[in-house]
Ligand binder design. Structure first.
Ligand SMILES: Cc1cc2nc3c(=O)[nH]c(=O)nc-3n(C[C@H](O)[C@H](O)[C@H](O)COP(=O)(O)O)c2cc1C
Length: 139
């Protein structure tokens, strides 16, 4: 079984509030633990950027489920690579709220201080998530 990392972005459909996100994370973390999947989800109320790591079949299956979820649309698969080690192994699904998407961080990885992952390269998207991961680790 090969380890892979998948990165995608999407746009939330209307009406997904904070309680909706909490419910989503609760079930995602439960499932991901069972399936050996780790990752991180960033959400600013409009766009999602998510990284999933795990076995190739498990990540494929999960992405297929996620892609039919009506809570978001306009999914764009950014990358799916075989990896030799995980970057997010400590989290079944770490969550990054918009308050953590600071102006400084967004300007470091993007062309503006707004969270618009479709205007960022795959490399910058992963760079942003990796930097956020390092911040989580020190908290
Ligand atoms: C942005 C977003 C991210 C999601 N991330 C995960 C995830 O990491 N793990 C997971 O099991 N479900 C995740 N889900 C939920 C799945 O789309 C799906 O609802 C859930 O896996 C239950 O699937 P089922 O109803 O087919 O059992 C996510 C949904 C959205 C909208």
């Amino acid at each position: 079984m090969h380890l892979v990392r998948l990165l995608y972005l999407s746009k939330a459909t209307n009406g997904l509030g904070v309680s909706g996100i909490e419910a989503l994370l609760l079930s995602a973390r439960r499932h991901n633990l069972q399936a050996g999947i780790s990752g991180m989800l960033a959400f600013n109320g409009e766009y999602f950027l998510q990284v999933l790591e795990g076995g190739r079949s498990e990540v494929n299956r999960l992405y297929q489920r996620i892609s039919t979820d009506p809570r978001h649309q306009e999914l764009l698969l950014l990358q799916m690579d075989e990896i030799s080690e995980r970057l997010f192994s400590d989290w079944s699904m770490a969550y990054v709220p918009s308050s953590s998407l600071t102006r400084e961080l967004l300007l470091r990885y993007g062309v503006s201080d707004e969270f618009q992952p479709m205007l960022m390269s795959n490399h910058s998207c992963l760079g942003l998530l990796t930097t956020l991961r390092a911040q989580l680790a020190v908290v």
